[in-house]
Design a protein around this ligand. Structure first.
Ligand code: AN7
Length: 412
């Protein structure tokens, strides 16, 4: 498998063999990046007939680090719709607005792209118990893929801060769930300690293979659009996904499929925005948020592990990092649902929330092509939607009464 060369530490550059099971650098503890020989990748792509495979993560197998494809754990992830949003675009003053509807994945979020690769690697390594800390979606996805693989799953969640749908998913798929009295950042510290034991394998986005799966969304965007967008706007929590997209877009250049790159906009919730703060100061270091709060619980993270990669993506692409308030998030969630029929969870509405504001300030031109990543389905968090939804009207089983109600309702 000579197209996969090594796992390189993003901090000290130390190279690990591709059989390395540790998810962080053996020398300095830094994060690892999968390194490819792109000439070998292109050679294999020319022979493989990859274009005939359906849209989805495994269409791009030559750009994935899986060594034993026969172990593949899949539920049919990726291949999500890139939805053109004419009505919303018109409202915002954008001619070419698209939403990448990642809620269309098997468990309802983009995490499935990473898990199909990460859990396949776990089988390669012979792991028996898969663990993660999570604000919800990672747990739901890992629980499902563990079930599919016949492996045990343990998830640590911040108590009281996980949306109902995600909790239900982790539970029904049979994960052991521990609600930690603390935030996501503390839960992650704990699983990192647990992962030092050989029986556990860590599948947070510290895991380099997760990001390899997630980068395929960038390839899909490029293929679906028939070119690079001008802007890619994406929610940022632990900052893995923005890093994965950036790697994906750059690789399209490296294998000679495309030229040019989009500008990356990372959007965080105001109450959990260390990357935005670093960007505003134009520094290359973040100051973690000790206290975090936002109703977009998916991105309620104060110490994002992939901050370095995310800032790099933003700076390198001449992009932006912006924070939006909970109020703006809810408004954007409702706007997308009512204008386009797309129901996304609060965290996934942050790119639209940013656009609502940005189209006033001239950062983005009306003729530019904009892709917003809608990372998770709205059904994940029914409570957030209900909080702002009007109560159903109620009537007896009586047509006259219903007509009276309707007369009033249509007038509003
Ligand atoms: C819907 O599930 O971190 O910046 O533990 O669920 O790659 O972390 C979820 C993150 C955006 C942020 N949108 O992505 C978890 C978790 C949704 C999410 C993000 C998450 P990253």
């Amino acid at each position: 498998m000579d197209r996969v060369l090594s796992l390189r530490c993003i901090d000290c550059g130390f190279e690990h063999g591709i059989q390395e099971r540790s998810v962080t650098c053996r020398r300095c503890g830094g994060l690892l990046d999968v390194v490819y020989d792109y000439d070998a990748v292109v050679d294999e792509m020319e022979r493989s007939g990859w274009e005939r495979r359906p849209l989805g993560v495994w269409r791009y197998e030559e750009l994935l680090p899986v060594l034993r494809p026969e172990l593949k754990v899949t539920l049919g992830e990726g291949g999500t719709r890139l939805v053109r949003c004419r009505r919303l675009g018109e409202e915002l003053g954008l001619r070419d607005l698209y939403v990448k509807h990642e809620g269309g994945n098997p468990t309802g979020s983009f995490k499935d792209r990473g898990m199909t690769v990460g859990v396949t690697k776990a089988l390669e390594f012979g792991a028996k118990t898969l663990i993660c800390a999570s604000t919800g979606n990672t747990a739901a996805s890992l629980a499902a893929y563990s079930a599919r693989a016949g492996l045990r799953c343990l998830v640590l969640l911040p108590k009281g801060k996980v949306a109902l749908g995600k909790l239900a998913q982790a539970s029904i798929h049979g994960a052991v769930i521990i609600a930690v009295r603390g935030g996501f950042d503390e839960a992650l510290d704990l699983v990192r300690r647990l992962a030092e034991r050989p029986e556990y394998y860590l599948l947070n986005s510290i895991n380099p293979y997760r990001l390899e799966g997630q980068k395929t969304a960038a390839y899909e965007v490029y293929e679906q659009l028939g070119g690079m967008p001008d802007w890619l706007i994406i929610p940022v929590g632990n900052a893995g996904n923005i890093s994965a997209y950036w790697k994906g877009f750059r690789e399209l250049n490296l294998v000679g499929m495309s030229e040019g790159l989009p500008r990356m906009v990372g959007v965080q919730a105001e109450g959990a925005s260390p990357i935005v703060e670093a960007f505003k100061r134009r520094t290359s270091e973040i100051e973690p948020f000790r206290r975090v709060e936002t109703l977009a619980t998916a991105i309620r993270i104060g110490r994002p592990v992939n901050w370095k990669r995310a800032l790099n993506a933003i700076y390198e692409s001449r992009g932006l990092a912006e924070a939006v308030s909970d109020e703006e998030i809810l408004k954007a969630q409702r706007l997308l649902a009512s204008k386009e029929g797309l129901f996304v969870e609060p965290a996934s509405a942050t790119p639209i929330a940013y656009l609502v504001r940005a189209m006033g300030d001239g950062a983005i031109d009306r003729d530019e092509t904009v892709v917003c990543v809608a990372t998770g389905h709205g059904l994940k968090d029914p409570e957030a939607a209900m909080r702002q939804a009007p109560k159903p009207l109620e009537a007896g089983a009586d047509l006259m009464e219903i007509e009276r109600l309707l007369n009033r309702a249509w007038k509003r």
